[in-house]
Every structure is written in structure tokens, then in C-alpha cells.
Design a protein around this ligand. Sequence first.
Ligand code: NBP
Length: 491
Amino acid sequence: MLPGILTDMTSSAGMAHIGVVGLAVMGSNIARNFARNGHTVAVYNRSYDKTERLVADHGNEGTFVPAATIEEFVASLQRPRRALIMVQAGAATDAVIEQLADAMEEGDIIIDGGNALYTDTMRREAAMRARGLHFVGAGISGGEEGALHGPSIMPGGPAESYEHIGPLLESVAAVVDNTPCCTHIGPNGAGHFVKMVHNGIEYADMQVIGEAYHLLRYAAGLDCAEIAETFRKWNTGDLNSYLVEITAEVLAQVDAATGKPLVDVIVDQAGQKGTGRWTVKAALDLGIPVTGIGEAVFARALSSSVAQREQTAGTLPSGKLASPIDPADRETFVEAVRRALYASKLVAYSQGFDEIRAGSDEYDWNIDPRDLATIWRGGCIIRADFLNRITEAYTANPDLRCLLLDPYFLNEMEGLVDAWRHIVVTATELGLPVPVFASSLSYYDALRAERLPAALIQGQRDYFGAHTYRRVDREGSFHTLWSGDRSEVEA
Ligand code: NBP
């Protein structure tokens, strides 16, 4: 049992409402955000120079209480003490948690705002609970800008802790339609789990945008300025989102040194820090197909397989390729690409929400998908207009088994699927890679199918491993005596 949270402020050891440990990019910006919103913020960083710099450069933005040691930091916090950790995920987080826990008292609250793996958060929450402390794993999205001006915050941990940190966190979060982009997600690892899937969806979203760009450029022959303009236009419709908006900015950027589009002088090897991979690994364990996210993670890995690409590029036979799009058909093609992008994106979100439901069921988190669609509308990297449609879908039917079955999305798909098929076929004929467009369409077709080749796989499994199969016409498990007389026996 967790001890109750002390609310008697007369026993306050210090005056700061909240403290931030770790003052690199994210920590310093979120500390400033708290200060700008009228909170007194204790600040501590392992190397004191960062603390000094923050106070020297931004001390006029609010009230900071700089601390040179963790003990001083803890002593400067009001009770219940609230300390937000913003250090490198992994061993650094464990080290800071230990230091804080040693200096804190029962009922105090440690919040980890880093990109922790949710299983680490579950372990840490249990360890802190055993020591009488509250531990909140809070996913924070929005990067540097979000941290300063309003991120999307996904706090997990005990519901009771949220009563004491919720108002503080909500006061610095992004706000959309008067609703803060922050809400309690669920116990222990729930917050970091949904932040992980958020990042996975971000991978897929970026990849489908990349595939659309590639087709507009190399199938339709548009130049970067024209494509930037196309994305700008798309940003005024169904695809309105932060990622589409910044895509137009990046494509319009001209390199000062060469006069070429910036995108042409950037090495085409995409990096990754791990949250996309975690999303796919967790999905594999939960048995949930997240093909869009998976292909996006693999596409980044392939782009960075330098040694292999050096040998394969221009070497592997392409077969006979189709001719690029006739300029007269460009407009129709561009619109078809938009539809393929939108359809593939819907699949990626639908799969991401499937993973969240599966994680919630597995760990009894009781996550409400409407909360996510609501708090992702602002502050975070995947913020987009169409998240409102997702909230509406789960409001109309909280038990929706597949987002694509919601009447709004069914209707959207009706209008998208022909163009989507056409684009996947055209890209294939042109030899242009569209891993997420194509795999999302296959996944969609598999969902639509009355019969799948899984029946044959069951037959094969029974043949080589006597794994048995079930029949469509009778209850029970059956095995064919493959190396005998091939009669069927009940298993
Ligand atoms: P970094 O992830 O670059 O971490 C640097 C901070 O960690 C510094 O304050 C450093 O202190 C501290 N630190 C390290 Br490294 N080892 C430590 C240890 N053993 N004990 C105490 N402090 C230690 O910072 P960031 O980019 O600001 O990100 C902070 C967290 O937020 C990370 O978990 C990150 O994944 C997450 N996040 C980042 C973004 C983003 O856009 N950057 C977005 C969302 C979430 P020092 O100054 O003494 O070296």
C-alpha cells in the first residue's frame, strides 16, 4: 500500500511547487515553462554549470530555486515533493531515482518525464511503492518547442498521485479547444506505453509522407518547390497535421552553400533512438500486427544499411519498368497519392490503437482511447485534425474493435481505396519502394478477407509437427495421420 500524500503545506520543507532534475534541452525548457506559468521551480543538474546557465539566461522568466546538490534540491520542495526527472533514459534515470528516493520522504512523488521503456517504469514504480514513494512515468511529446510552449503529456502511475501533479502538469501542457493535452492514462507503465506507441505512429506517419514525396518526385516528376506547395495544400484538408506542415517547410528549404534543395544535400540515412523499435517489439509480444510502424522502422534500418546499399544500389536487376507519369495525368496522380497517404495513415493509427488496447488489457491499465486522441491533438509531433474523428469514433462506440469500422472511417475508406490500390500498383511497376503504402493495403485486404491462407498453414503445421487443426464444420481438434493412411483422428 502506498502511504497517503501529505497535503499539509505547513509541514513544507521548502517553497518550490515542483522541481526539475536534468537541465539539458527538454528539462531546461520544461522548467522554464513551469516558471512562466507562475510556479516556483527548483532546478538541479548533475553538472552545475547547466543550472547556472539556465538561471542566468532565463531567471527573469519566473522563480527558479537553483540547487547544487540533490539534497538541497529535495529540501527546497514543498510537500508532497514533486520532482520531474528529465535525464537520459536508462541507467541515468535509475541513478537519479535512487538519489531522489534516498533524500525524499514517504508520500513524495517522483515523475519520470524521459522516454523510458514501459517495463522499466513498471519495475521502478513497484520499487518506489515498496519504499513508500509515488512514481509516475509520464510520456512527454513535442520536443524542445513543445517542452517550452506546451507539450502533450501522458502521465501514468497511481491515480492518487495525479490529483497532486495533474493541475501542475495541465497548466504547462498544450491546450486545444480549452482542453489541456494532459490526462491520467492509467497505472504504472501506462503513460510510457502510450508514449511509446505515439512515437511508433510518428514513425509510420513520417514514412508515409516520405513515400508520397518520393512518388511525387520520381514518378510524377515534380520538383521540391512544387512538392512543398502540394503538401501546403494538403495541409488545409484531411491531412492537416504538424508533420505535413513541417514537410512543406523542409522541402521548400534551399541549401545556402549549393543553391540546391536542402533535402538533396542531406544524407539519406534515417536515424532512430529506439521507441519505434520498442513499439514493434511490444506488438510482437502482444500478437498485434503493427505493419505500418514495423515497415517504417525497417525502412529507416534499410536506409542506414550503408555497406549493403553500396553494393546493391544500381546492381540488383529491376526488370522492365513502366514509364513515369505523363504530365497530362499529373494532377490525377497527385490526388491519388494524397489518398494513398491518407489511407495508409489511417491504417497505421488503427494499428497503434489496437496495440494500446492490447497493452491495456494485458496489464489491466483500463486506458480510454478517447483520452489519447484528445491529448494528442496538440503539443505532440503527431498532432492532427483528424484525431477529433478518432475521439468521436470511440465516443460513439467505446468497444470499437477496429477503428476502420467506425462509420466515418468506413466512408473515408470507400473514397480512398481505389486510388490507394492504383498507387501501390503504379509504384511497383515503376520500381519505387512504398513499404508502408503496400503493406498497409495488404493488411487492409487481409482484414476484409472471408478466408485467409492460414488454413493451409495449419495444415502444414499439422503435417510436420502434429500441431492439430480445428475444422469449420465440427468442434474439437484434429490431426491427419500424414505418414500413415492419412485418415483423420480427433486429437
Ligand atoms: P539527454 O537525453 O541528452 O540527457 C542529458 C541529461 O541527462 C543531462 O542533464 C545530463 O546531465 C543528464 N545525465 C546523464 Br546523460 N547521466 C546522468 C546521471 N548518471 N546522473 C544525473 N544526470 C545524468 O537530454 P534531453 O534531450 O533533454 O532529454 C531528456 C529526456 O527527455 C530523455 O529521456 C529523452 O529521451 C526525453 N525526450 C526527449 C525529447 C527530445 O526531443 N529531445 C522529446 C521527448 C522526450 P549532465 O549535464 O551532467 O551531463
